[in-house]
Design a protein around this ligand. Structure first.
Ligand SMILES: *Cc1c(COP(=O)(O)O)cnc(C)c1O
Length: 419
């Protein structure tokens, strides 16, 4: 394929075929990218971004123009009344936790309508564990509407439960997490919002938007999502932000979130940006591009592995609501070889060889590939595979399609050699 990397002829030919299959999906991805890139550019111009805003602040961070302008940029691109974009969020889970505690009070009910939430949020809610300081510990009730057996939404149960319980919060998770369910797309989120606003107008609709940013034309706030949160080492950080998270939505709710992040009364007015501002702006500006590269890598892998005879979800034709791809490889050795292939296309730590090992929070060994500039960044090419049925790998990311495609081809080459 080129002078620097080698894969067997069979994989080269299959990859060419896969690329042809991807053409239509790639055109759509490029159109969405282009739309979101120009929207981002407009956001920068509207907020009158200038180099003098990149300096950052120290101490309390009073009057930090760059910090305020960054919130303005994200408010525009997410169609939100306000946003809170801070390196101070330690993870996506932290941003989601701040948003949950901003809204929920003792005696309130949080109703998840997309089944059990992502693993790391369970500790915040008090599902399966009861850490001191969880929502449960503070007397917040948690209830959920299970997904249908095929992983899709149970709209009639959603309507019945929202209508009878009138929960303080209706909670939606867009991405598949480590499940085989499909991700939610705009139209499905819209349908939930329409139901919720009709039968319980006072319920706050909150969305876990992780991995969903810049994947579609329309944003969740335009269809009724009141508050959403995500991680800056995923799509919106553009592969450049080293850490952080965001919360966006209705101005009153974002203010409550700011009161929870800092202190009631000071909210958004405080928080030194140190030297983070420039990279948060650069990351934002790069986000539509890297999201498109991640989507193309995912679609290409779905086409290639389907051609090679493996189960893939979603397939290369399906419209996506997140950047995650699942490939069912059928065995431990395949999972390990896949991850080694991905690692072999990394710019960082390409020389290490992934091995399955025990992980906190898992009931089995897990093998992972990650060679990223920011530790744990999953908008950069990365893969995780729990060594258990259905022997599937979840992967996402790529700084650019060239290296993402190479990682998939190296993975396919290694897996094929096991046959
Ligand atoms: C990544 C992710 C989160 C947050 O995870 P962090 O590792 O804490 O950033 C939450 N929900 C979903 C669905 C995710 O994919």
């Amino acid at each position: 394929m080129n002078q620097y990397f080698h894969v067997e002829k069979e994989i080269l030919l299959a990859s060419e075929k896969a690329l042809e299959l991807c053409r239509e999906s790639f055109e759509y991805i490029d159109d969405v990218r282009s739309y979101n890139q120009l929207k981002m550019l407009k956001a920068f111009q509207n907020a009158r971004i200038s180099e003098s805003m990149f300096g950052g602040s120290s101490g309390y961070g009073y009057g930090d123009r760059g910090r305020d302008a960054l919130d303005e940029v994200y408010s525009f691109v997410f169609d939100a009344e306000d946003a809170l974009v801070r390196h101070n969020f330690v993870s996506g889970t932290h941003a989601l936790t701040v948003a949950l505690f901003a809204v929920l009070r003792p005696g309130d009910t949080m109703l998840s309508v997309t089944g059990i939430p992502y693993d790391t949020i369970r500790g915040t809610i008090g599902i399966g564990s009861n850490y001191s300081g969880s929502l449960k510990d503070f007397g917040v009730n948690y209830e959920e509407v299970a997904l249908l057996p095929d992983g899709t939404l149970d709209y009639s149960k959603i309507e019945a439960d929202i209508s009878s319980k009138k929960p303080k919060m209706v909670y939606i998770q867009r991405s598949r997490g480590y499940e085989l369910r499909p991700s939610l797309r705009y139209d499905e989120i819209k349908k939930i919002c329409e139901i919720s606003k009709r039968v319980s107008p006072d319920s706050v609709i909150m969305l876990d938007n992780c991995y969903g940013e810049f994947v579609e034309y329309k944003t969740p706030h335009t269809c009724g999502v009141d508050l959403m949160a995500g991680s800056m080492i995923k799509n919106p950080g553009g592969g450049i932000a080293r850490t952080g998270g965001y919360i966006s939505g209705r101005a009153d709710l974002v203010e409550q979130a700011a009161f929870r992040l800092t202190t009631p009364g000071t909210g958004k007015e405080l928080g030194a940006t140190l030297d983070m501002t420039r990279e948060l702006f650069m990351g934002a500006y790069n986000a539509p591009q890297i999201t498109a590269a991640a989507l193309k890598t995912a679609v290409f892998s779905a086409a290639l592995f389907e051609l090679l005879g493996y189960g893939v979800t979603p397939n290369y034709k399906e419209k996506r609501g997140d950047i995650i791809q699942v490939i069912e490889l059928g065995g431990e050795r395949e999972l390990v070889e896949f991850c080694r292939g991905i690692q072999g296309a990394a710019p960082v730590d390409s020389f290490v060889s992934p091995e399955p090992s025990d992980m906190p929070g898992y009931d089995c060994k897990v093998v992972m590939a990650s060679g990223s500039f920011s530790l744990g960044s999953s908008i950069e090419l990365s893969a995780d595979a729990p060594i258990r049925e259905p022997y599937a790998v979840w992967f996402q990311g790529a700084h650019n399609f060239d290296s993402g495609k190479l990682g998939i081809m190296l993975a396919a080459d290694r897996v094929s050699k096991l046959k």
